[in-house]
Design a protein around this ligand. Structure first.
Ligand SMILES: Cc1cc2nc3c(=O)[nH]c(=O)nc-3n(C[C@H](O)[C@H](O)[C@H](O)COP(=O)(O)OP(=O)(O)OC[C@H]3O[C@@H](n4cnc5c(N)ncnc54)[C@H](O)[C@@H]3O)c2cc1C
Length: 385
């Protein structure tokens, strides 16, 4: 019996899924794990990892054509799980690139936009970001103030976007703005006049990830910068649903890493002449952790299979995101108590994961908003307002 996967959930993976898991795990263990504590402490993200992640086929992994891997939803989820087992910042980088920026272009872009951007983004040569949230409109993006106006056949964008992952390192931003006909998506290349970014410093969470403000001041774009098939808020929300699917898997990875770290520590740390794993109180914590870990893992696999069968609904993704991130955060905090003082530095992953998961709980729909999505699913009554 595997103490990290007591129910043997991963035994249900296909050979291909196992290969993807092992490949991503080997990559992150070799290239990321030895350095990530330092990147977190320094507040940096190594952009130079992008081509290697691209070579592994991780960007837009679930998309078809344009250099994308065309993998199953479950395979993509497994990759997210392995990425986030090392750091939520790395998984965020991949999610935003693939599930948000590339998915928006893939779903709503013109053939020319797809040809221009997607192959290079899939290869990790170009980095993308996705600007929906604004300073005054987070959970309720419908109120966004960023405008897009057609002036003499060109689009003029004005406004700002806040908390944008990859913003400061992005070569291209997918920006959502209010046009006369409703909310539309725009492809904004870096270097466009009137478009600038400012990184948010002093974060205590997701430090190994770039988070930025996007500023649009009379930013002039050609007529074909609009994503032609994007109309209304449904367009960005459908991309967010893809990213949330990656998150519900990623959270399992972070939780697993915390549990595995705590288990190993408990077996080797001696107090009162015995390993602390021999104390009933420690065992209760470890068992509580593995119960929640395996339930979250089962949830992820089930939602992955639903998605591959074309039967995954928005509420399923909300279920997974709400449950799995909440569980992962609790496991990370419990793990920290088992490591006690050793748990508070970057030498071990547990408090880094816990701090990261605070952001994961908030972004892509807060836990409260996902509770409301599920509340509506079970009662039939929306309670957002
Ligand atoms: C590290 C990080 C990276 C991010 N990356 C991106 C990105 O790449 N692109 C992007 O567009 N955005 C991004 N975001 C923004 C994120 O999606 C928003 O933070 C999130 O949607 C919440 O918005 P807010 O922070 O403005 O909180 P608010 O919406 O102001 O919410 C504040 C509190 O009120 C609660 N609340 C709000 N409405 C209701 C209601 N109807 N009922 C009950 N409670 C409610 C919320 O749940 C929360 O607890 C990122 C955020 C972080 C922290």
């Amino acid at each position: 019996m595997d103490p990290i996967d007591l129910l043997g959930v991963a035994d249900t993976f296909s050979d291909e899924e196992r290969l993807i898991r092992d490949t991503v795990r080997q990559f992150v263990d070799a290239k990321v794990r030895p350095n990530v504590g330092r990147w977190f402490a320094d507040g940096t993200f190594p952009r130079e990892l992008a081509p290697e992640l691209g070579e592994l086929g991780l960007f837009g992994m679930h998309l078809k054509g344009y250099g994308c891997a065309g993998a199953s939803a479950t395979a993509y989820g497994i990759a997210c799980m392995e990425l986030e087992a090392v750091d939520s910042g790395l998984r965020s980088f991949v999610s935003v690139q693939g599930s948000l920026a590339m998915t928006a272009i893939h779903k709503f872009g013109s053939e020319e936009q797809k040809q221009t951007w997607l192959p290079k983004m899939a290869a990790g040569e170009l980095i993308g970001c996705f600007g929906l949230t604004e300073p005054d409109f987070g959970s309720n993006p419908a109120g966004m103030r960023t405008t897009a106006t057609l002036v003499n056949g060109e689009w003029v964008l004005n406004g700002s976007k806040l908390w944008i992952t990859n913003g400061g390192i992005a070569d291209v931003a997918v920006v959502w703005a209010r046009a006369e006909e409703g909310i539309r998506g725009f492809v904004v290349p870096r270097g466009t006049k009137g478009f600038s970014t400012r990184d948010i410093k002093d974060k205590l969470s997701l430090r190994a990830s770039v988070t930025s403000e996007l500023i649009l001041e009379d930013c002039v774009l050609p007529a074909d910068a609009v994503l032609p098939d994007s109309r209304g808020l449904r367009a960005p929300l459908s991309c967010l649903n893809e990213a949330r699917f990656g998150i519900l898997w990623g959270a399992v990875g972070a939780a697993r890493d915390c549990y595995a770290t705590a288990l190993e520590y408990a077996k080797t740390r001696v107090q009162f002449d015995r390993p602390i794993a021999g104390f009933q109180l420690t065992q209760e914590k470890l068992v509580g952790m593995v119960l929640e870990l395996e339930k979250a893992f089962l949830t992820a696999v089930h939602i992955g299979r639903l998605k591959d069968a074309g039967r995954c609904e928005t509420a399923h993704v909300s279920f997974g995101k709400l449950n799995n991130v909440r569980a992962a955060l609790e496991i990370a905090r419990q793990a920290r108590t088992i490591l006690a003082a050793s748990g508070i530095t970057t030498e071990y992953s547990v408090l880094r994961h816990a701090n990261n998961l605070e952001s994961v709980l908030t972004y892509e729909g807060t836990s409260e908003i996902h509770t409301l999505v599920l509340g509506e699913a079970v009662t039939g009554i929306g309670a957002y307002r």
